[in-house]
Design a binder for this molecule. Sequence first.
Ligand SMILES: C[S@@+](CC[C@H](N)C(=O)[O-])C[C@H]1O[C@@H](n2cnc3c(N)ncnc32)[C@H](O)[C@@H]1O
Length: 396
Amino acid sequence: MNVMRHLRVPNSKVEGVLAQMKAEQWLAIGFRVIPDEDGTHRLLPISTEAPSELPGLTSAYEVELVEGRADERPSSDWWKHLKEILGEEEVAFHGESWPSNHEFIGDIMIVRIDEALRAHTKAIAKAKMHSHPHVRLVMDDKGVQGELRIRDLEPIGCRNGDHVLTSDFPPHLIETRVMVRESGRSILCDPTRAYFSTKLQAERLETLALAKELRSLLGRPIRVCDPFCGVGPALATLLGEPDLVGDLLASDLNPDAVEMLFDNLRRWDRRNYPSETTPLSRIHEDRAVGIADATKLHEAPDTSGSWDLLLVNLPHRTVEFLPSLVPLLDRTGPSMVRGRVITAESEIEEANEAIRKALPPRLQGTPEPTLKIKRDYSSTLRLCSFEAWIAPMPEK
Ligand SMILES: C[S@@+](CC[C@H](N)C(=O)[O-])C[C@H]1O[C@@H](n2cnc3c(N)ncnc32)[C@H](O)[C@@H]1O
């Protein structure tokens, strides 16, 4: 599942809007225009790189978050190349096992190769690179590992001028530090050193909408705590909104992520940040940034009880960590927890109960925190998210 932004345009205007989106490079490549159920509109897929506001378009038409429909046409090119290299019979023999999906992180393509197809790794790399001329490097993804959630990635193909190499890679051609454009901002990341996923743009835009609601409720910029921030993609979106973020705490256990976070904040926040990784400290009066263990933050008097919005983005441990994170909220007024959770589909109700038990009472008039499935994590596990509006602590 890949939920993404779509512009809902009346059929009669589709041609003109498509032309404008193509000219501005706002149209998502590899995704299709979807007919709306009402028969009078179409949903045009918006590129993740496009700014959050599309001048002249987002003011005129609604933006909807719906699952993108992959366009099979570009991939037909990859099948053609694969068949040229391996022959029709071998390709047909492995049927659905071929990695027809992939993820782009800047000019890097990430694919997951089935164990049974390892012997064809070089052919896969070549066919992918021939069918995607803008790709510089193809990497095989062996999955996210360890507490720092870093992907185990192995280069399997890279471009050297007009040639595609599938072994003996010169180090300068397999550089993995890249700039990714999202919602009009540049995010520095390195998927071999810190967690990063381009598939979370819709999630980040939903968080932005919730943060704006919280700001309206409180009537002032909000204090945001992102203690599993990685290289900071959630903050790219929040800091892009004027007068939304007041005080900010951004920390992570991974020193490499923090090093890139400093670089990112320097650009997004237009202020100085250290060039070396440092433990969590007040870099500016309203910016606490650095390496920290999120479960220990509540022990420090200046970080405990100080935040309006808490982001909990360590989905395989969110429920377990919530009790140590809740004390970070400022309970003198309403606050919010926004989190992601991985759970078996059959255990969603149990997880809902565990979340409700771990959190303080909800704000009157707001719904119970409830997990919404965002996409498949494996054949049985689902990646879900929730938001919880928290009531102020009653005065004694
Ligand atoms: C799923 S990633 C999310 C990163 C980032 N929020 C994003 O959306 O790209 C989880 C992050 O939590 C960090 N992490 C894991 N355990 C931690 C802990 N105890 N304290 C702080 N950070 C931790 C990992 O290093 C990783 O960057």
